[in-house]
Ligand binder design. Structure first.
Ligand SMILES: *Cc1c(COP(=O)(O)O)cnc(C)c1O
Length: 358
């Protein structure tokens, strides 16, 4: 019991403090690299920086609370009605808005595990119950087991594809079978934070699936492929009543005017940005080939990171990386996630992990 101050809700007190991807220790003469948060290694494009600079001149004004320009641009890009879109402070913000909107005390929020670390956090903040269904041995969602875990308390199911931190996609055919088993009053959210990096055409198409079902929505972000992690902007495309609820549960004026302007400018620069995404995908495929050549048994990732299932060696390898100014993301006892960053960083990573291959 905490007897030394105002009372905090017990489920909040029990929450772990969020651990952001760490920066590596600075070593004299060695460039430090951060491969721990799945960020885009490139600075924003000049056209996006111009939009940011222009928006900065007007920050004495509140932002548009409805992000109208951004919403309209997204609606046009995806050929959906603006009423089906909700924005938020990063897709983590949107995630929280969704859970607040559909799940309260005694309700259940389901997702695969291990998956994105924000799922349990936003669930507990809402006072709802986490239902975690283990991934299979290849780090993939087990949709059969997830369907079996549905109860009359289930309110929302998150499907993360490609899955963070393991990397595989969820197949369209599996989602189609799964959705037949999900009651239509249960929301299914397909979290496509890394979808721009996917090159597997068997992967579920979130927007197409949303168009075919009344209980499916898609979560997207400008933080990864679009390289705007520092500005916090993400969005939901889904059933109109859910999108409306997502707009109601948003922090008022949460998405800043600078973030809105940068997101709109980024959508206009799609072609240039996707050429950079292609380069990151080539780098990922190269890294996977090199890791396999060393003898690592890894699954194919469709995101901007690769998962190394190092089990009990995880912390040791992560410590070696940190000691060589390379920040990576260890999950103790399970594995290590390395983001596709600068080529030199990945080459250093390969050298450091080589002794740990089978
Ligand atoms: C990074 C990530 C997000 C989004 O992060 P934001 O910066 O809040 O938009 C959402 N889902 C998954 C699975 C992620 O890895």
């Amino acid at each position: 019991m905490n007897s030394s101050g105002p009372r905090i809700r017990p489920e909040i007190e029990a929450l772990p403090t969020y651990k952001a991807g760490k920066k590596a220790d600075a070593t004299p003469g060695v460039t430090a690299y951060k491969l721990s948060s799945n960020e885009n290694p490139d600075s924003p494009l000049p056209s996006v920086l111009d939009a940011i600079a222009l928006a900065a001149t007007q920050v004495n004004r509140y932002p548009d609370p409805f992000a109208t320009q951004l919403t309209d641009a997204l609606a046009k890009k995806f050929d959906v009605v603006p009423a089906d879109i909700g924005t938020g402070t990063g897709s983590v913000g949107v995630l929280q808005q969704i859970v607040q909107a559909v799940a309260g005390v005694d309700d259940e929020v389901m997702y695969a595990w291990r998956s994105f670390e924000a799922y349990p956090i936003v669930t507990k903040i809402a006072g709802a119950t986490c239902v975690e269904v283990p991934l299979n041995s290849r780090g993939e969602h087990d949709l059969e087991e997830m369907a079996k875990a549905i109860t009359d308390k289930t309110r929302v199911i998150f499907i993360c594809t490609p899955n963070n931190p393991t990397g595989p996609i969820v197949r369209q055919t599996d989602v189609d079978v799964f959705l037949k088993k999900v009651p239509t009053d249960v929301l299914v959210v397909i979290d496509e934070a890394y979808i721009e990096f996917n090159r597997d055409n068997e992967a579920v198409n979130g927007l197409a699936t949303y168009r075919m079902h009344s209980n499916v929505g898609v979560l997207r972000t400008f933080s990864k492929a679009y390289g705007l992690a520092g500005l916090r902007v993400g969005y939901f495309v889904g059933p109109e009543n859910v999108a409306e609820a997502v707009r109601k549960t948003a922090v008022p004026f949460g998405v800043s005017s600078i973030a809105q302007a940068a997101a709109v400018a980024s959508l206009e620069a799609d072609t240039e940005l996707f050429a950079k995404v292609d380069e990151l995908v080539r780098r990922r495929e190269w890294l996977e080939r090199e890791l396999r050549a060393l003898g690592f048994d890894i699954e194919t990732s469709q995101a901007n990171f690769v998962w190394l299932p190092l089990a009990e060696k995880t912390d040791e390898v992560a410590a070696i990386c940190f000691a060589h100014a390379l920040a990576v993301r260890p999950f103790s006892g399970e594995g290590l996630r390395v983001s596709i960053g600068e080529q030199e960083a990945l080459e250093r990573f390969l050298t450091l992990v080589a002794p740990f291959a089978r």
